[in-house]
Design a protein around this ligand. Structure first.
Ligand code: COA
Length: 194
């Protein structure tokens, strides 16, 4: 299971303040990193073991690759260990078949204090016809951890293009919705346990 909701301790919807800043040796990019510095592109050929009996790539395998691509982007941005804390709505619009290529592009859209939202877009490419189309996309949130396993702050994100600025703005709206949904889900878990 890729997505595990975080414990309901501090589900603020606003970006947190600077907090206790780590020393420069532990935060080499104090002034931030560009989106391009952590962007990830991955490609794999779909093999029979990745597919259902119809020859379509398994949704679980696609989710696995989404998590891997997104985590690499979060690693590159933070240069810390990261864990997946949330995956937004995911759908599969078009099948990817055995023998075709799956391509994934991941980029950080916004960072908060210890968490980073990463957009992962998934495409198929047919090696024989050259057909290329988007099949899925997801917003995955990762939390950077220090060596003790505690959430730790990450460098700011430098957004340069109009597209990056738009994604950055929209990420805040998604975060508010995500944290509000997580808070009510966590309340339900606790009610169930009591
Ligand atoms: C991720 C984890 C360390 C966060 O612990 P926590 O006690 O909630 O820590 P905090 O309250 O300090 O939150 C840390 C950050 O996560 C964010 N967060 C927490 N729950 C979230 C959620 N459901 N969606 C998005 N962000 C979330 C917080 O907003 C905070 O971000 P910020 O510092 O940028 O503002 C903890 O929940 C955990 O270990 N989860 C399991 C992770 C895992 O095993 N993933 C693999 C899944 S198979």
């Amino acid at each position: 299971m890729i997505a595990v909701l975080a414990r309901n301790r501090r589900l603020n919807t606003e970006p947190a303040g600077t907090g206790s800043a780590p020393g420069p040796e532990r935060m080499p990019h104090r002034n931030g990193k560009t989106v391009a510095e952590s962007t990830v592109e991955m490609v794999e050929v779909v093999l029979p073991n990745d597919a259902n009996p119809l020859g379509n790539m398994l949704g679980g395998k696609v989710m696995h690759l989404i998590d891997i691509a997104g985590a690499i982007a979060a690693h590159r941005h933070s240069r810390r260990h990261v864990v997946t804390v949330s995956v937004d709505y995911l759908d599969f619009v078009h099948p990817i078949r055995v023998g075709q290529l799956i391509l994934l592009r991941a980029h950080v859209t916004r960072v908060f204090r210890t968490s980073m939202e990463v957009e992962v877009r998934v495409f198929m490419e047919d090696t024989l016809t050259g057909e290329h189309r988007q099949t899925s996309s997801a917003f995955v949130t990762y939390v950077a951890l220090d060596l003790q396993g505690k959430p730790t702050s990450v460098p700011p994100l430098i957004v340069r293009t109009a597209e990056e600025r738009r994604r950055h703005r929209e990420a805040l709206v998604r975060r508010r919705r995500r944290l509000s949904m997580a808070a009510s889900a966590h309340r339900r878990y606790f009610e169930k346990d009591s």
